[in-house]
Design a protein around this ligand. Structure first.
Ligand SMILES: OC[C@H]1O[C@H](O[C@H]2O[C@H](CO)[C@@H](O)[C@H](O)[C@H]2O)[C@H](O)[C@@H](O)[C@@H]1O
Length: 569
């Protein structure tokens, strides 16, 4: 057994170098922690501060600040921050979305209950609060900002997440489509496409310090959803080459892993891998503290890579990526072939085949259909577990000499712990073609889900273990509810559709009750009781909140709400 992330976890690899502005802001961040103390300290705030003057001038003034016993005094630091920086968040200015109307035409036609309609309209109106555009200052002085100069208006998750995020955007787009805000949805996507143009992949978020990694890849899904609603072929055509570039990012280099099955067939699957081996700038003080017990610099570097790679999974953090669920330094995200990532990539391949066909490129379409077939085979051979009737993450047993080496399949390496992600492939599953070929039966998956213990009074839990990390029990997250509900709803089974509706009702009710109690939509909820908000993890729970709003609207659109159904729990 390996005790730390360093042991054979494929953690030595390419790294990006930090830009001078981020290195300086990180120094400011660690000084600020000394001066202000840990109470209510959010390290991200410091790397988001916009500079008023050039870095050299700011650094000179910083070096001259007075210290007492090695610590900058409170008044000195406050004065310095006020004089040399704009307010955090000033780099993204409020922008009224042009396609927002108070009550869109044909809004949620299946919602018959007036109280639910009224609340849905309130949720819809939150898009106005979450809409921004990059300030002129960022365009004029990009080197003074960690925010990237995105070309079009954005919609943010909310609170400390004051920039665009990759996978959050999928559910934001789904919600915007329900709100008939097609131009705003296209603008969100155009920004993400711009990131591919500039960096070769979609970044975790639109800050320069997020460029070392991506997040769960759902951009083709966004383009496809928008195309389905608008029929805009020009939009789809423009997106296609960049989406193909993104596919290559996830299927080459350190993201690609080859595994040979017991019949000797080779399968290519993907994993998460960040190009980073130092603390995450937005959480550097926390990462350094976590790494402090590791013995050597190389152990620390390996740990930092695992931390950043776990952030790429979107599940930061979770016992899912840890060898010992009580010890964060055992994070080993690069040693796992994740079920959800490969399900999203399977969908990416199907989406690319679909979009290519629409724009008239039969060869590209055929190539991606073949790629999707190959991934389906790979997922069935390596990740599917026929006894448990669910897909399981696969642990890579060694890194061998380098990460390009072939791995040999060993059934004991499937992780038999229950996570919500074990059921995500159902979302991308074609119940007409995929089931018959592989003897994977929706009814069996449904039974295994019902027995799993994941479904609680107020939604689907992320896992069964309370590790105090935020992507574990008892937290329920909107994106996971949505893909599992949609997976069962569209699975072709009546029983599965009925469970899906039941889960949608639980989720909508808990969001509503928490909204009434707190006046806000939340980033995560506690699935143990209706109206309870989530917790755990390294930052204070946030409100806003992009994906929660999007999922409520999307579920209401799909299932509606009868006149006589209560909204309270
Ligand atoms: O600042 C800590 C981490 O915060 C982000 O992760 C969380 O919020 C994101 C925005 O809602 C969400 O996409 C992610 O799933 C959450 O875990 C950020 O993405 C991390 O990179 C960052 O280190």
């Amino acid at each position: 057994a390996m005790s730390s992330a360093a042991a054979g976890d494929c953690a030595v690899g390419p790294t990006e170098s930090s830009v001078p502005l981020v290195s300086f802001l990180q120094r400011l961040q660690s000084e600020a922690l000394k001066t202000f103390g840990p109470k209510s300290f959010d390290p991200k705030l410091y790397v988001d501060l916009p500079l008023k003057q050039d870095l050299v001038v700011t650094e000179e003034a910083f070096a001259k600040l007075q210290r007492v016993n090695g610590t900058i005094t409170l008044s000195e630091l406050e004065k310095f921050v006020n004089s040399f920086f704009g307010k955090v968040g000033d780099d993204l200015v409020y922008e009224e979305p042009k396609d927002f109307v108070l009550e869109p035409e044909e809004f949620l036609p299946k919602v018959k209950n007036p109280k639910v309609r009224a609340w849905a309209l309130q949720v819809h109106s939150i898009w106005k609060n979450l809409s921004r555009r990059v300030s002129d200052d960022v365009r004029e002085w990009p080197e003074r900002h960690t925010l990237l100069p995105l070309p079009e208006p954005v919609v943010i998750p909310g609170s400390r997440f004051r920039e665009i995020y990759y996978w959050d955007s999928y559910w934001i787009v789904r919600g915007l489509l329900v709100s008939k805000m097609y131009d705003t949805a296209k603008a969100v996507v155009n920004n993400l496409l711009w990131l591919i143009e500039v960096y070769g992949h979609v970044l975790n978020g639109a800050r320069v310090y997020y460029s070392n990694r991506s997040q769960p890849p759902l951009l083709t899904s966004m383009v496809r959803e928008i195309y389905m609603k608008t029929g805009d072929l020009v939009f789809a055509k423009k997106a296609l080459p960049l989406l193909i570039k993104e596919h290559l990012f996830w299927n080459s280099g350190f993201h690609r892993v080859v595994i040979q099955d017991l019949q000797g067939r080779e399968h290519s699957l993907s994993r998460h891998y960040a190009f980073w081996d130092t603390p995450r700038p937005e959480s550097a003080t926390i990462d350094k503290e976590s790494a402090s017990k590791l013995p050597s610099d190389s152990d620390k570097e390996a740990f930092y890579r695992q931390v950043a790679s776990a952030a790429e999974t979107g599940w930061d953090f979770s016992s899912r990526w840890m060898r010992d669920s009580s010890d964060l330094t055992t994070l080993s995200a690069t040693s796992i072939i994740p079920v959800d990532l490969n399900a999203y990539l399977y969908k990416m391949e199907l989406d690319l085949a679909f979009l290519a066909k629409k724009v008239g490129d039969a060869t590209i379409s055929k190539n991606f259909k073949e790629a999707s077939n190959a991934r389906l085979q790979a997922m069935t051979s390596i990740l599917w577990n026929a006894e448990m009737n669910q897909w399981l993450d696969y642990w890579l047993s060694s890194c061998a000499r380098d990460c390009e080496d072939k791995h040999q399949f060993d059934a004991r390496n499937q992780n038999d712990k229950i996570f919500a992600s074990n059921f995500i492939p159902l979302w991308t599953w074609n119940h007409k073609s995929d089931t018959s070929k592989h003897e994977i039966k929706v009814e069996n998956i449904l039974e295994s889900f019902q027995k799993s213990g994941l479904l609680r009074d107020a939604g689907i839990s992320t896992s069964l273990l309370n590790s105090s990390q935020q992507w574990d029990f008892p937290n329920g997250w909107a994106p996971l509810q949505h893909v599992i509900i949609e997976g069962f709803a569209n699975s072709g089974s009546k029983a599965a559709r009925s469970l899906a509706e039941d889960m949608a009702v639980r989720w909508i009710k808990t969001n509503y009750v928490a909204f009434v109690i707190t006046g806000a939509m939340h980033e995560k909820y506690d699935v143990q009781a209706c109206g309870k908000v989530g917790g755990g993890g390294e930052y204070k729970p946030q409100t806003g909140f992009g994906w929660s709003n999007g999922v409520v609207l999307a579920l209401l659109e799909e299932f509606g709400w009868p006149q006589d159904r209560e909204l309270e729990c």
